[in-house]
Design a binder for this molecule. Structure first.
Ligand code: FES
Length: 175
């Protein structure tokens, strides 16, 4: 049986489909930087995500990136939202952060299939395997869901590299 966890407050999918949004525009908006910390989207305090937090979760944690000094939560654009989780992907140090923006038409990827370990977009049903580098396993998304490698600094998880591919909706791309 398909087990899905819906993220409170996100079901409304504040990012409606943006089929006409170009990648160039999306890339200009994203402000995630190497060395950034991570913070739960539903946490109003000043707690940063640790490797222990993720290990004790049953699924991915939806996060904002935070500047390395911990002062600026980078929530100026929804495209900065990240799903953080433990990963068996080789070379990822055990932790990984997937973009939460669907590769089809930029809805928020808000559902989690805990049995198959798929992130799912509720707009048109695209599903991404988190254990296969975000590979598309269902739906119309034309590309894998990009991920960022994470590192650990004093037990806090930090962004440790760049996205594996172009993020955002691609429904309007010519290719
Ligand atoms: S926007 Fe996600 S499947 Fe269409």
């Amino acid at each position: 049986m398909l087990m899905r966890r819906r993220t409170a407050g996100l079901l409304a999918c504040s990012l409606s489909c943006r089929a006409r949004t170009s990648f160039a525009a999306i890339a200009a908006n994203v402000t995630i930087k190497e060395g950034d910390l991570l913070k739960r989207i539903d946490d109003s305090g000043k707690t940063f995500l640790t490797s222990d937090d993720v290990l004790h979760e049953h699924g991915p944690v939806l996060c904002w990136p935070v500047s390395p000094d911990g002062k600026h939560v980078r929530k100026e654009t929804s495209y900065n939202r990240l799903w953080v989780m433990k990963s068996g992907i080789y070379g990822m140090n055990g932790f990984i952060a997937y973009s939460a923006i669907c590769q089809h038409a930029a809805c928020l990827v808000s559902d989690w299939d805990s049995r198959q370990r798929h992130l799912i977009c509720p707009c048109h049903g695209s599903a991404y395997s988190v254990d296969q580098g975000g590979r598309v396993v269902a739906g119309p998304a034309p590309y894998s869901l990009p991920y960022l490698p994470l590192g650990v600094r004093q037990n806090a998880l930090i962004i440790a590299g760049v996205f594996s591919g172009q993020i955002g909706g691609h429904a309007s791309r010519a290719d």
